[in-house]
Design a protein around this ligand. Structure first.
Ligand code: PRP
Ligand code: URA
Length: 206
């Protein structure tokens, strides 16, 4: 449906650390956890709730519970590293996995794993930190739709205009929540200025 670029100062502060080349993997993981918590908060601000009554130690009072059953769907490998903050935030959440890998030469993404639960009536939260050409996200949303998912919300850390356009052209109903909309892609389809290879920086691989 649309692109939401966070303006929250804490998001911008975390992003500065994630971008900086000198940030070590252990620091990178902490910053990733923080920024995903904040983006997930923003991405779910419009979930509907139902009224309930609870008893505090002192009195009965009106309260509210989230109506939605969420399904967090990390795109392996980098998406796996941003799953745990989402699991900590929500109580009614299950997990589906999609494995996609870009060919280093062509930048085309190939599906190597797909384990999604039935998504009918649930709210899919697609987790992939980098939206570059959009090839991975387009295929991920196709798999989500094939499993009955509607109204996907994608959480990413950095998006390129090319990826946003590709995703919204193929799947205009998707909502994208990101910390930054960057300038574009380089000749290797890496995001500029970006933050490099998110998976490598998160997992400490070369
Ligand atoms: C990265 C990233 C996305 C994809 C984005 O994964 O995590 O999945 O690239 O690029 P795209 O928009 O051009 O498809 P990568 O293929 O590097 O695999 P990894 O997560 O295993 O490092
Ligand atoms: N994947 C990444 O990890 N970084 C990019 O800039 C593009 C794809």
């Amino acid at each position: 449906m649309s692109l939401h670029v966070s303006r929250h100062p804490l998001v911008m502060d975390c992003l500065a650390g994630l971008r900086a080349v000198e940030t070590r993997s252990d620091e990178f993981r902490g910053l990733a956890r923080k920024v995903i918590t904040l983006l997930a908060y923003e991405a779910t601000a419009d979930l509907t709730t139902s009224p309930i009554t609870v008893r505090t130690p002192l009195a009965e009072t009106a309260a509210a519970r989230i109506d939605h059953e969420l399904v967090a769907i990390p795109v392996l490998r980098a998406g796996l590293g941003i799953l745990s903050p989402v699991l900590e935030l929500f109580s009614r959440v299950s997990v589906g996995y999609i494995g996609l890998e870009r060919d280093e030469k062509t930048a085309l993404a190939r599906i190597y794993y797909n384990k999604l639960p039935s998504l009918g009536g649930k709210t899919p939260l697609l987790l992939d930190p980098m939206l570059a050409t959009g090839g991975s996200a387009v295929q991920a949303v196709e798999l989500i739709k094939a499993a009955g998912g509607e109204g996907t919300r994608m959480i990413c850390v950095v998006a390129a205009p090319e990826g946003v356009q590709a995703l919204l052209r193929q799947h205009p109903e998707v909502d994208i929540y990101t910390a930054a909309l960057d300038e574009g892609l380089n000749d290797k389809a890496f995001i500029l200025p970006g933050l490099g290879d998110f998976g490598d920086r998160l997992f400490g691989t070369p």
